[in-house]
Design a protein. Sequence first.
Length: 68
Amino acid sequence: MRNELLSPKQVQAEYGFSLQTLANWRWMGEGPAYIKTTPGRSGRVMYRRSAIEAWLDAQTVTTGGEAA
């Protein structure tokens, strides 16, 4: 699995999550893990591709088993 860093705009383009959804998840402490490369409210945020993929795997519901 590639472990490149993606900006929120790249995450949006590749995975379809809106920038606002990503921001809401960060604020609520949910969603994929992220890296904040500069401090403060307007600090630069990056995501590891591996963190997004792992988070998506954890959200996957298998059908035919127990109720979701």
